[in-house]
Design a protein around this ligand. Sequence first.
Ligand code: 13P
Length: 254
Amino acid sequence: MRKQIAAANWKMNLSHHEADSLLDQLLATEYHLSSNQAVIFAVPAIYIPLAVQKLNGKPNIFIAAQNCHQKANGAYTGEIAASMFASVGVHHIILGHSERREYFAESDSELAEKTEAVLAIGSTPIFCCGEPLSIREAGTQNSFVEAQLKNALFQISADQIVKVVIAYEPIWAIGTGKTATSEQAQEIHAYIRSVFAAHYGQNIADQISILYGGSVKASNSKEIFSQPDVDGGLVGGASLIVTEFAAIINALKS
Ligand code: 13P
């Protein structure tokens, strides 16, 4: 069965003290993870040593970076290479979040390079896609998302693409309190899987975890995650609240 994943995207939130306390409280909470389930904490880069110290060695719990540079090293002031994250124990990296596409002008071709860079060192990209409200209102979300996937990922070989986690995050549902209905999520997740199936074959497509993101919370997670093509969630705001995120973890399919 595909990996079922609850991923916390803290974005640019929390002080060091708050981060420390949130991780402690979560670790003290009742959560159950089976071998095909994982929890990932995408923390601000500066808190990675803290997260490593608290979470390293905990079964099925991983730490992620929220971005990386596409080059292995060099004169790129302020940037961090995928290999640098790996060297401190971080092997998952979120790529192409809509906030990075919008505020930092990340393009599909840059994301293709970043994805290759992450895979090249054996780490796992969590590749984000998703449409703005205008596209959803025009009813062209499938072709919009398909283009994002094709432009950034289709140069990757079949044995590498199975290592990529996809996060579908409709921009109109991020931080707005508006969630896609479970039917809307299932419909586009199934479409995303069919896009991979058409290019790589059904067997490969069936192995790719596709997470939903956009106002996931304790109260809607069970229903959304129960959809057959939804393999967990990428969670922003609710991942900063202990009781919410613990409930979201427990809503994963087993
Ligand atoms: P919210 O859960 O706050 O809507 O954010 C979703 C998101 O962008 C996760 O990457």
